[in-house]
Design a protein around this ligand. Sequence first.
Ligand SMILES: Nc1nc2c(ncn2[C@@H]2O[C@H](COP(=O)(O)OP(=O)(O)O)[C@@H](O)[C@H]2O)c(=O)[nH]1
Ligand SMILES: [Mg+2]
Length: 306
Amino acid sequence: MASWRDALARTRRGLTGAWSRWISRPAAGRRETLDELEAALLGADVPVKLVAALLAETEPSPGRDADAVRDALARRLQEALAPARAFTWDVSRKPLSVMVVGVNGSGKTTTCAKLAHLARRRGLMPLLGAADTYRAAGAEQLRLWAGRVACDVVAGATGGDAAAVAFDALDAAHRRGADLLILDTAGRMHTRQPLMQELEKIRRAMGKRLDRAPDETWLVLDAALGQNAIAQARQFHQAVPLTGLVVTKLDGSSKAGFLFSCVPELQVPVLFAGLGESPDDLAPFDPAAFVDALLPADRATENAPA
Ligand SMILES: Nc1nc2c(ncn2[C@@H]2O[C@H](COP(=O)(O)OP(=O)(O)O)[C@@H](O)[C@H]2O)c(=O)[nH]1
Ligand SMILES: [Mg+2]
């Protein structure tokens, strides 16, 4: 699996130069390099208010070295990611059902397969539901991925009713004694009301088969969008109550700092992160590892770009 540090190299790169110039100054001269540090943090899409709080932490004070400042920044950043919740694969009531939503290309299908893979590695039996009935390739793509992670798929006809597929997939999961149903849905623009309303219809269909379903509704967000992902998240959260976020493509983004505004604003935790393209590259979200990987290490271990 890709490491958090490798995946976040792009976002960190922007900060590294500014940080190393900041710490290489004697404490009294550091103020002059603060503007650069501020610009780098804003460039990573860390929200303005948090940047101000972070810069306040860099105020020189006797006995406070660069390591102490780094620790203080890390603490502040981690606090900004509350509420944190680790997803526990609680399958005491089978099947646990997860509905996966998001815009086109955000990484839903890939994420569904990666989740099935994670579940299998924990000894659980997952089933995938292909409720992306808009495109002929929708179910096919999920099947291909499902083959890679050795998981069954329940699909309907192309152009069919996504809510009916959701019902059938949950029904199949129940009958087969699967631990978990992961339902892939079609990509939809958050600004298109009829498509957003369909999500509620899919939810209701699941609820008809099993009262409490779906247990989880997760929004997949492409980290490359940075701050722009927040408008998307807001709209999806209005259409269907989200219980978690999955952030994909952290490895391709230089703006991973958007999570520090997204999580407090939505009050929805990040549960998983996509760190690469292989089936193993989905990690349970670890706020400490995320923050640590964002911050440059020190002069000794990381070379700053000129
Ligand atoms: N680098 C990288 N690529 C990803 C990640 N997650 C998804 N992708 C890629 O994003 C593209 C779109 O993914 P897909 O699952 O088809 O998106 P969907 O339209 O939301 O179902 C594919 O090329 C995936 O390989 C990730 O975490 N890292
Ligand atoms: Mg898809």
